[in-house]
Design a protein around this ligand. Structure first.
Ligand code: BES
Ligand code: MN
Ligand code: ZN
Length: 500
């Protein structure tokens, strides 16, 4: 989708579709009032007739409205004017894009960025709008028969964002931010959606190398031999049941001052999780292709911050492998020695995420990080606790947790702070090693975090469990790109803090 920022007279602009907002109780937005005047009261009449109630996300497409130069007019419901804030604004934008995608319009002019939104600058409004528009129009290039692929896709190719003259320059900046974030979100979705026979550990490594080449940051990929030398017995214990070789990816976006300590992002990259010898039940097992969404979000965030040329030092680390049952696979009862030297009794081979992450958490000590944030589709228990709305947030530092929570609020990609009290640690006791890899059914997402915390003692650390938020099931099955918006916002704020 191509964007342009303009100040136009809505009624006189020529496009396939003009988009204006209508609040509940028949209250017209400013642009809608303009259209109403140009069309001699057409919108007021429609509202009076009850064809449009202005409820949030409601849409009504009108054709050849007299007095307008555009061939279509899309009315978008905004809900109650008094309640209209970021979330409602983003929802209205998404609803408008969905309606546009269904229509035959190829280009559109939207007046939604002119709506007053509490505490939102023009830059932010346009960033949200462009990001939401790109997100809502995302389509996975599905692997279908050639004939089907050849059929031209419908959809908006050009979107003009109408803003006040005084806001054009802020809007341009917002557009660039929105596009950068959307590119990152789209990459994360694509990687998640790819089938596991395509998106292997080697594929992820190639993608990282390609990204580094495009955006000129350094990428290194460690192979099995190097990992053995480092002593990553825990990571390799998971990888040993698969024919696919494991990869350990290190990306370095070093655009801050030399002496500035980096933020490190760590992403779980299990490209398929069968559970291993503790095999998962068959139903919906296909969704375990999404078990690399943590890794995908780190790659997506790197794409976004690279496109923004963010002046910050950020290092991304991705341990990636498959979790497969095999003659050589790790057994329940096996004891693995992690890179830290701590030994782990594997009581369930399906609790593999923490086993690959713990070695990555030890590895990143060498960067003397200012903060480490790991992202993982770690536990089904997190989905039970929080559902699909919030990611689980765990941290050994309350200030860092607060920063991430706030970034999630602003980015409309929320997390919820979960407890990680010392009391839970004893659930991981083992008679045969320093710890077990599972803590039983109770507090499953917390004991998983407690396990990781044992390897993250040397720095400020946070863990995002995105098992419920990284993808959707059912009819809308697909990656969401979360938590790329949260992470990107967090990094942008860190960069801004360092500037002042
Ligand atoms: N990748 C899964 C977690 C998961 C399951 C995410 C379902 C989303 C939906 C993880 O590797 C796993 O299998 N965790 C186990 C841990 C248990 C064995 C302690 C789980 O959550 O059941
Ligand atoms: Mn598992
Ligand atoms: Zn897993």
């Amino acid at each position: 989708m191509e964007f342009s920022i303009k100040n136009v007279n809505a009624a006189a602009t020529q496009s396939d579709c003009l988009v204006v907002g209508v609040y509940e109780a028949k209250v017209l937005s400013e642009a809608a009032q303009e259209i109403d005047r140009a069309s001699k009261g057409m919108i007021s009449k429609l509202l009076a007739d009850g064809d449009m109630d202005g409820k949030l996300e409601a849409t009504l497409m009108l054709h050849h409205v007299p007095g307008l130069t555009s061939s279509r007019l899309l009315l978008v419901g905004l809900g109650k004017e008094a309640d209209f804030a970021e979330k409602q604004y983003a929802k209205a934008v998404r609803a408008s894009i969905k309606a546009l995608e269904k229509s035959g319009a190829l280009d559109a002019t939207t007046c939604l960025a002119q709506l007053p939104v509490k505490a939102l600058s023009a830059q932010r409004k346009v960033a949200y709008l462009s990001e939401a528009a790109l997100d809502a129009s995302y389509k996975f290039a599905a692997i279908k028969r050639k004939e089907e692929q050849a059929s031209p896709k419908k959809g908006i190719a050009k979107l003009t964002i109408n803003v006040a003259v005084s806001e054009v320059s802020a809007a341009e900046t917002g557009l660039a931010d929105g596009q950068a974030l959307a590119a990152g979100v789209s990459l994360a979705k694509d990687l998640g959606n790819l089938p596991p026979n395509v998106c292997t550990p080697s594929y992820l490594a190639e993608q990282a190398l390609a990204l580094g080449k495009t955006h000129q940051f350094n990428v290194e990929v460690l192979e099995r031999d190097a990992l053995k030398k480092l002593g990553m017995g825990s990571f390799l214990g998971v990888a040993q049941g698969s024919e696919e070789p494991p990869k350990f990816i290190i990306m370095q976006h070093l655009k801050g001052k030399k002496e500035q300590k980096p933020v490190v992002l760590v992403g779980k990259g299990i490209t398929f999780d069968t559970g291993g010898i503790s095999l998962k039940p068959g139903s919906e097992m296909d969704e375990m292709k999404y078990d690399m969404c943590g890794a995908a979000s780190v790659l997506g965030t790197f794409k976004a911050i690279a496109a923004m040329n963010l002046p910050l030092n950020v290092i991304g680390v991705i341990p990636t492998c498959e979790n497969m049952p095999d003659g050589r696979a790790t057994r329940p009862g096996d004891v693995l020695t992690s890179m830290s030297g701590l030994t782990i009794e594997v009581l369930n081979t399906d609790a593999e995420g923490r086993l690959i992450l713990c070695d990555a958490l030890t590895y990143v000590e060498r960067f003397e990080p200012s903060a480490v944030i790991d992202v993982a589709t770690l536990t089904g228990a997190c989905v039970i606790a929080l559902g699909h709305h919030a990611s689980g947030l765990f941290s050994n530092n309350d200030a860092l947790a607060a920063e991430l929570l706030q970034a999630g609020e602003v980015a409309l990609d929320r997390a919820w702070h979960m407890p990680m009290w010392e009391d839970y640690q004893s659930l991981l006791d083992s008679n045969f090693a320093d710890m077990a890899n599972i803590g039983g059914r109770a507090a499953g997402s917390i004991t998983a975090a407690c396990f990781l915390a044992r390897f993250a003692k040397k720095y400020d650390w946070a863990h995002l469990d995105v098992a419920g938020t990284a993808w959707k099931s059912g009819k809308e099955k697909g990656g969401t790109g979360r938590p790329v918006p949260l992470l990107t916002e967090f990094l942008v704020q860190r960069a801004n803090q360092l500037k002042v």
